[in-house]
Design a protein. Structure first.
Length: 194
């Protein structure tokens, strides 16, 4: 259903991406830093979702510069949001795409928002998946630990008064598309290389 991995150039770095067949619009799934476009579309828990999305247009999975199957940055250098937004431009240009709808999950909202703000003519829409407003943003006097826990619980909607109500595993929430499969895949890879 999805192409083999292809590469677009973002400066000197190759940006990995895969696409479905062409459609009436392009839909870019902006990944988080721990994604891998070679694995994500093949995960059983993502396949049905990805197939459904292809009925709306060409779905593009990519790995931002320095992540997944894309080239890494030089040792000691961290990518900037601008470099990640440029990764999206590189892929769209490589595909000859004029504009795209962006799908940004909770770990990719900043990249999607920056892209939409700096490239409005290339943005047909921005869809935020599992995003939230920070209920503590208006506070200037700080929060005590009980208030912080209550704010976190309200954001996740677990109704628990302690942190055990929030379930995460190695940075991947089980509720995300492919979350459980990605967790299993990451665990099978063993510890990260140093």
């Amino acid at each position: 259903m999805f192409s083999e991995t292809r590469y677009a150039l973002n400066g000197d770095l190759r940006v990995a991406y895969r696409t479905s067949r062409e459609g009436p619009r392009d839909i870019v799934f902006i990944p988080t830093w721990f994604s891998n476009c070679e694995v994500l579309p093949e995960l059983p828990s993502v396949q049905g979702w990805a197939e459904a999305m292809t009925s709306l247009g060409r779905v593009i999975f990519l790995d931002l510069s320095g992540t997944g199957a894309s080239d890494s940055f030089m040792s000691g250098a961290l990518p900037t949001l601008e470099q990640w937004a440029d990764s999206i431009i590189a892929v769209l240009d490589d595909l000859g795409s004029r504009e795209a709808v962006l799908l940004a999950g909770v770990g990719a909202v900043a990249t999607g928002a920056l892209f939409a703000a700096t490239h409005p003519s290339r943005t047909a829409g921005l869809v935020v998946l599992e995003g939230f407003a920070d209920p503590t943003a208006e506070r200037t006097d700080g929060l005590d630990s009980e208030e912080l826990i209550a704010a976190i619980v309200s954001m996740w909607g677990r109704g628990s008064s302690n942190m055990s109500g929030i379930r995460t595993c190695r940075g991947t929430r089980r509720s995300e598309p492919g979350g459980l499969d990605m967790i299993a895949w990451r665990q099978a890879q063993g510890p990260p290389l140093s």
